[in-house]
Design a protein around this ligand. Structure first.
Ligand SMILES: Nc1ncnc2c1ncn2[C@@H]1O[C@H](COP(=O)(O)OP(=O)(O)OP(=O)(O)O)[C@@H](O)[C@H]1O
Length: 250
């Protein structure tokens, strides 16, 4: 589903990604752990066309991110093609990013109506199903300001699912939540994982990484230091940098 080779990215003189290689199979759930500033969010944003990479290649579902190949040559995607490519990918951010002037159901309907051109009735029915799936079937008409952080994040997950993505990216989805609300969001993510969704999750929730993820990637200083099963990386890490990080967070 995701194939990254030698991905490099700098902001000015700051080299944030120094050659990332990663393959994520369909249905796999991969978590990214690492210290603040190690490049985890930047890598996710590169996968979703939110940042342009400076070197290497990423493909999602067989399509090169940012480019298409024709007769062996690479051509930069036009904005319309980028929009089409992004439909394969749903992303959930730390700070929900809901439209404050739209109700929960309108937030979920927005993209299917305006991007996919679905009728409002069709979009509304499937948005209601999605709200039910995230445990908010009774809140369609509520505005974000009247929802808790956990509820807003669950609406954000429903909104990302509304475009029927093949890959879901989560960028620290529980970091902005009060501790008592973290579990309800993780439960929704856990059930998505159980349904076979391919997911990449940047998180500081070690328990989620250990119990739900197929693979854990530890990143530091713009490189993948080690990757493996949750047991390999979290219980018996090989590298001092991983050990030192885990000793601070566990
Ligand atoms: N748009 C940008 N312009 C300039 N520098 C940026 C930009 N985005 C990220 N950076 C820098 O890139 C580095 C990596 O940031 P990134 O957000 O990817 O790290 P992270 O591992 O996700 O950290 P955190 O866990 O704190 O979110 C940081 O030093 C950050 O300040």
């Amino acid at each position: 589903m995701v194939e990254a080779r030698g991905v490099r990215k700098s902001f000015g003189d700051l080299e944030v990604l120094k050659g990332i290689d990663l393959t994520v199979q369909q249905g796999e759930v991969v978590s990214f752990l690492g210290p603040s500033g190690s490049g985890k969010s930047t890598f996710l944003r590169c996968i979703n066309h939110l940042e342009r990479i400076d070197g290497g290649e990423i493909s999602v579902n067989g399509h090169l991110v940012g480019y298409r190949r024709h007769n062996g040559k690479k051509y930069e995607l036009k904005p319309k093609e980028v929009a089409a490519a992004r439909r394969d990918v749903g992303m959930v951010f730390q700070r929900f990013n809901l439209f404050p002037h739209l109700t929960a159901i309108e937030n979920v309907m927005e993209a299917p109506v305006f991007v996919k051109g679905l009728s409002r009735a069709e979009a509304k029915a499937s948005a209601q199903d999605l709200l039910e799936r995230v445990g908010l079937g009774d809140k369609p008409a509520v505005y974000p300001s009247a929802l808790s952080g956990g509820q807003q994040q669950r609406v954000a997950i429903a909104r990302a699912l509304a475009m029927k993505p093949k890959l879901m990216l989560f960028d620290e989805p529980t970091s902005a939540l009060d501790p008592e609300l973290v579990g309800e969001v993780l439960d929704v993510m856990k059930s998505l994982a159980g349904e076979g969704m391919t997911m990449i999750v940047v998180t500081h929730e070690i328990g989620f990484a250990r119990e739900v993820c197929d693979r854990v990637v530890f990143m530091d200083g713009g490189v993948i230091v080690e990757a493996g099963s949750p047991r390999e990386v979290l219980v018996a890490p090989q590298h001092d940098r991983t050990k030192s990080f885990l000793s601070k967070v566990l």
